[in-house]
Design a protein around this ligand. Structure first.
Ligand SMILES: [Zn+2]
Ligand SMILES: [Zn+2]
Length: 341
């Protein structure tokens, strides 16, 4: 796992042939590549083939001082590549990305760790139904507790302690509602989520099914930006998706556009400019306003009336609609020019 050790040394061609190799006690000739390494207060020298790094770790070139000519450089590069081929490069994302506070201790075996890291991106079905039958090694990994701990955390957003992560994962996957996490015997098997939803959750507002036109009408956002999967409705041409999935995707898209606009504005006008500050304070979780008239319901952007700028209204709509193109952006810049003469 993560380690505080690094390997560093200097490598070069000696200027004299008077230094002696610490390993074989023979003189190091001027034509031979010499590794020099400080240990405590002593400077130790080695022939390159006599030198074995003190830790079994990947060597980063940035930790070395290299002074070699073209020929010896190639020899050293070969040596380095062959040493490094046994180890994984240090990876800043070693702890699993979906939980920054806990990392899993994977046994030191490089291949196993590598494979587990790859399997962590796959689904339960991929691992149990397909990969487990590929080879003995894959089969064994499909039972690996670390792997299931990581999958559990990824899919259920909870830590899984103990040695039975696989069992717990499968129990949770098949018996617990994908929305509330509670196990219930009244449930619906959902083909879109490939999980079950309990009857309570299924009948709640968040599991309402919305079609593409409704999504566009309510959230003002083009569904091409949302990257959603849909059920095909009964009559064959309605694409339906759960409201909670739609809302999560809408939130993500708007957040992304907002960050982009804030970035553009602060690059152009500075982060202290009024418009940059106003846009930074837009709450992308709450941008839709429902208006009921006596015969119908309409949805509108929740624009603040206290901000008089036309440019603000335009930016607000762009974020809400999840779309920002060049034409719109240049219009926004024109309006800002008018609003802040
Ligand atoms: Zn030697
Ligand atoms: Zn539920």
């Amino acid at each position: 796992m993560d380690t505080i050790f690094t390997i560093s040394f200097s490598v070069g061609l000696p200027k004299t042939s008077s230094t002696v190799c610490f390993n074989c006690h023979k003189k190091i000739q001027r034509s031979e590549i010499r590794v020099s390494k400080k240990k405590y207060d002593r400077q130790l020298y080695f022939h390159l083939p006599c030198y074995t790094p003190e830790h079994n770790l990947f060597i980063l070139v940035s930790n070395l001082t290299i002074d070699l000519d073209e020929n010896s450089g190639l020899i050293f590069e070969n040596w380095l590549n062959s040493w490094n081929s046994h180890f994984l490069p240090p990876d800043p994302n070693i702890s699993i990305a979906w939980n920054k506070t806990k990392s899993f201790e994977v046994p030191k075996c490089k291949r196993l760790r590598l494979l587990i890291n790859v399997f962590e991106f796959l689904t339960y079905q991929d691992i149990c139904c397909n990969l487990a039958s590929v080879s003995k090694e894959f089969y064994e990994i499909s039972w690996n507790n670390y792997l299931w701990g990581a999958l559990f955390q990824r899919d259920f957003n909870k830590l899984c302690e103990g040695n039975e992560c696989r069992k717990l994962y499968i129990d949770t996957f098949f018996n617990c509602c994908t929305r509330c996490g509670i196990s219930s015997n009244k449930y619906i098997r959902c083909t879109l989520l490939k999980r079950i939803i309990c009857k309570n959750c299924f009948e709640s507002k968040s599991c309402e099914l919305l079609d593409k036109n409704t999504i566009k009408r309510v959230y003002g956002i083009n569904t091409k930006y949302l990257n959603l999967k849909y059920h095909i409705g009964n009559n064959g041409n309605r694409r339906l998706c759960y409201k909670f999935l739609v809302e999560a995707a809408v939130k993500e898209r708007r957040g992304m556009i907002k960050n982009k606009v804030v970035q553009l504005l602060s690059d152009k006008y500075g982060s202290n400019h009024d418009m940059t500050k106003i846009v930074s304070s837009i709450d992308t979780n709450d941008m839709d306003q429902i208006r009921k008239t006596y015969y119908k319901i309409t949805y509108h952007p929740k624009i603040s009336n206290e901000i008089p700028y036309e440019s603000y209204k335009m930016i607000y709509s762009a974020i809400r609609n999840g779309g920002l193109n060049f034409a719109r952006l240049s219009k926004i810049y024109d309006l800002i020019k008018k609003d802040f003469p």
